[in-house]
Design a protein around this ligand. Structure first.
Ligand code: TXA
Ligand code: MG
Length: 315
C-alpha cells in the first residue's frame, strides 16, 4: 500500500517524481490525451508493477513515452515514413509502432515479447519534463484500473489507483481526452491504422502525403487482440508438477526447474522474468516445455493468460 502523493508541476515536485521513477515506483503523469501510469520502461519490476496496479488480467504491450527523437532513435528503427510522421505530429497524440532496435534496453514486458515497440512523444509539458528528468523512456498505459474508463483529471486517477501507486503529478484536465492514434510503420513502409484517435487518416494525408491502409485490410490484429504475441518455438505443457523425460522445465517457486520464474514464489518477480524466460527457452532450443503451476491470483492471472496463449495450438 502507498500513501499516494499528489504532486504539482514545480521543479521540486518533478525532481521527486523522477526520483520515485528511478527507484522503480510508479507515478501517474498528465499527457494531452489521458493520464498515464508511468514506470521506468527499462525496469522489469517497475513494468510488472504497472500491470499489478491496474489489475490487468493480461499483458498487452505498452507505449514507451520519450522526450525527444534522439531517445526514440535509441529504441526503434526510424524508417523515412516514421520520420515524416514524427516531424508532422510529434510532440502530440500519435503513437508509432516501429521495429525494436537490437539491444534496446526496454523491458520485454513493455513489448510483451514482440519485435516491435509502440512509441510516442507526448506534448504535455509536464510529461515531457518528467521524461527528460528521468532521462529514459517511460512505459505508460492509461492510469485507470483495468476495465474502467481512462482518466482525464488527477482526481480520476486518485479515485481509481489511490493507495496503489507512489504519486500523481497533477497537470490539470487533459485537453484531448481520447487516447492517441496508433499507426504501425512496417519495414516495407506500409503505414497501418491500429487505433483511431484525434489524428485522423485525413490529417495524416494532408500533412505527410501518406495514405493509411487499415490494419484489418491486411488481416492484421487490432491492438489488444494481437495474434502475433510472442510464444516460444517449442510446445508448452502447463500446470506441470514435474517435467517428463526430454522436457525443459520452466519452474516457479520451490519446484526448481531448468529455468525458474521466481525461486521465492514472488509473482511480481515472475512477471518481470516471463518474456526473458520465453526468449531464453528458444536460445536453449527447447522443443518441449513443461511449465510449473502458477497461482491464479493477482499478477498470476496475467502470467497464466500469457502462458495459455503461448501454449495454444499455432499455425
Ligand atoms: O494516449 C495514449 O496513447 C495513452 C497515454 C497515456 O499515452 N496511453 C494508452 O496506452 O492508451 P494503453 O496501454 O492503454 O494502450 C496502448 C495500446 C494497446 O492497445 C496495445 O495493444 C497497443 O497500444 N500496442 C502497444 N504496443 C504495440 C505493438 N508493439 N504492436 C501493436 N500494438 C501495440
Ligand atoms: Mg487504456
Amino acid at each position: 500500500m502507498w500513501q499516494t502523493r499528489k504532486l504539482d508541476g514545480s521543479d521540486a515536485a518533478l525532481d521527486e517524481a523522477a526520483a520515485l521513477l528511478r527507484s522503480g515506483a510508479l507515478v501517474a503523469m498528465p499527457t494531452e490525451t489521458v493520464y498515464g501510469l508511468a514506470g521506468d520502461a527499462c525496469n522489469d519490476r517497475a513494468v510488472a508493477e504497472i500491470y499489478a496496479a491496474k489489475g490487468r488480467p493480461s499483458f498487452n504491450p505498452l507505449i514507451a513515452h520519450v522526450a525527444d527523437l534522439e531517445m526514440a532513435g535509441q529504441l526503434v528503427e526510424l524508417p523515412p515514413q516514421a520520420r515524416q510522421l514524427a516531424d508532422a505530429f510529434w510532440p502530440g497524440p500519435l503513437t508509432l509502432v516501429l521495429p525494436l532496435k537490437a539491444g534496446a534496453a526496454v523491458s520485454g514486458l513493455v513489448t510483451a515479447g514482440l519485435p516491435t515497440l509502440a512509441i510516442r512523444m507526448p506534448a504535455h509539458p509536464l510529461a515531457r519534463a518528467l521524461i527528460a528528468r528521468h532521462g529514459g523512456p517511460l512505459a505508460a498505459p492509461s492510469a485507470n484500473p483495468s476495465g474502467r474508463i481512462s482518466p482525464t483529471l488527477a482526481e480520476h486517477v486518485m479515485t481509481g489507483l489511490g493507495g496503489r501507486i507512489a504519486a500523481i503529478l497533477d497537470g490539470g484536465p487533459c485537453t484531448v481526452g481520447l487516447e492517441s492514434t496508433i499507426l504501425a510503420v512496417d519495414p516495407d513502409g506500409t503505414v497501418r491504422l491500429l487505433r483511431p484517435g484525434s489524428i485522423t487518416a485525413e490529417d495524416v494525408r494532408e500533412r505527410t502525403g501518406i495514405t493509411l491502409s487499415s490494419g484489418t485490410d491486411k488481416g492484421i490484429e487490432a491492438p489488444g487482440q494481437m495474434l502475433s504475441h510472442y510464444a516460444p518455438k517449442g510446445t508448452m505443457r502447463l500446470e506441470a508438477k514435474a517435467p517428463a523425460p526430454g522436457e525443459t522445465f520452466l519452474g516457479f517457486g520451490p519446484s526448481g526447474g531448468d529455468l525458474n520464474l521466481s525461486p521465492s514464489g514472488d509473482l511480481t518477480e515472475a512477471a518481470a522474468n516471463l518474456f526473458r524466460a520465453m526468449h531464453e527457452l528458444d536460445r536453449m532450443n527447447a522443443k518441449a516445455i513443461a511449465v510449473a503451476p502458477i497461482p491464479d491470483t493477482g499478477l498470476g492471472r496475467a502470467i497464466n493468460d500469457r502462458l495459455r496463449r503461448a501454449a495454444a495450438p499455432r499455425d
